[in-house]
Ligand binder design. Structure first.
Ligand code: SAM
Length: 360
């Protein structure tokens, strides 16, 4: 683990915007590896009320940690404007994330604004802590579906992982509230860290089987530079599947669409499906159609990036929508990253942008 983390405002490493050519014009664009842009993840806050040990460890994100100032955040109007422009390039799905997105004041107003973009699928990832209160308002504002993170059903294990003594029961209440509000099928993300919550895999599968919710087991990733990532703490998805299949027989399912991150499996007895996300052991860069917008308006073409493109600066210099579309087109056309495919011990220790800032 690093001794000190550079506060976000300090570590705002940007790349110059590429020159705009004919490839920057609106329309479905392809990057240097032939990938289209389909999925925009927007981080609406870098703050979180959890201190998950693999994401925002307390030793780094302590009381003195300097989060972004309000003036640095993209406004809802900025976000909606950018989302519309991304739509002209083929983006059809937006995921709001963070930090903890439900901490952003009046988030439902942003949901309603984004909901007005024709044909845009709108979803959100949350730790569930505020969901009981917010689920119905978010649904009414136009949110379609929701993903809730939950790393264990064992209260002791969960509290040790979120590191703020947050109980499992409150997240389960949030999941129920989301389902009641019509935000289902709820997806439940469980990050598996070997030696920490591996014994929670089967109880999680058993609990949600037959509920209509879809648990997705995620390999512990080397995102950011502060989570002390080590390969031996990664449990390969193949092992997760083996463990579940031994008790609850599984069979593979086809992806819902090309570029889907999770590999899908279903219980042979018809009692539902699960997913695994294998960013470490089965990299899916070749199919990656995702782009990420940080809380302060930097555009990242990879979760494991070290630098982003400053769209906030571009907007604040009075660029027109056509200028922004051209810049996004040029950035995407030049994209050639495939970090997970070329991951080594060396790349894992690069000063990559934190997941709490860029969004999960
Ligand atoms: N606060 C929200 C939440 O808890 O879902 C949204 C942001 S969080 C960064 C998004 C997702 O990233 C969560 O499911 C979280 O478990 C996952 N995540 C964070 N750090 C990770 C890591 N090192 N490896 C794998 N997944 C990680």
């Amino acid at each position: 683990m690093t001794d000190r983390v550079i506060a976000i405002a300090e570590g705002r490493h940007t790349k110059p915007l590429p020159k705009v050519g004919s490839s920057g014009a609106p329309g479905t664009i392809r990057d240097a590896l032939g990938r289209a842009v389909r999925d925009l993840r927007i981080s609406v806050t870098d703050r979180c009320n959890f201190r998950c040990i693999y994401c925002m460890p307390k030793e780094v994100f302590g009381p003195d940690y300097e989060f972004l100032a309000r003036s640095q955040l993209l406004s809802f109007e900025d976000i909606t404007r950018l989302a519309r422009v991304f739509g002209t390039h083929g983006v059809a799905k937006i995921r709001l994330t963070g930090g903890e997105p439900l901490l952003r004041k009046d988030l439902e107003r942003l949901v309603a604004m984004l909901g007005e973009i024709p044909g845009m699928d709108l979803t959100l990832t949350t730790n569930g802590s505020l969901l009981t209160k917010k689920a119905a308002v978010l649904k009414a504002a136009g949110l379609k579906r929701i993903t809730v993170s939950l790393d264990s059903l064992d209260d002791g294990v969960f509290r040790a992982m979120n590191d703020v003594e947050f109980p499992v029961s409150k997240v389960l209440e949030g999941i129920d509230a989301a389902a009641r509000a019509g935000l289902g099928p709820v997806k439940i993300n469980m990050v598996v860290k070997r030696g920490v919550n591996e014994d929670s895999i089967l109880p999680m599968a058993r609990h949600f089987r037959g509920s209509g919710h879809i648990v997705r087991f995620i390999e512990f990733m080397d995102v950011g530079a502060t989570n002390g990532w080590r390969m031996d703490a990664v449990m390969p998805s193949a092992e997760v599947i083996r463990r579940i299949d031994a008790e609850l027989p599984l069979e593979p399912l086809d992806p819902n669409y090309r570029g889907e991150v999770a590999e899908r499996w279903r219980y042979r007895d018809g009692s539902g499906e699960i997913g695994v996300i294998s960013s470490v052991t089965r990299a899916f860069c070749r199919e990656c159609t995702r782009v990420r917008l940080s809380t302060d308006g930097l555009l990242y073409t990879c979760l494991f990036a070290t630098q982003g493109y400053d769209l906030r600066a571009l907007m604040r210099t009075g660029a027109s929508d056509a200028d922004i579309a051209a810049a996004i087109g040029a950035i995407w056309s030049a994209r050639a990253d495939r970090y997970s495919e070329i991951r080594t011990a060396e790349t894992a220790s690069l000063r990559k942008v934190e997941m709490s800032y860029i969004g999960g």
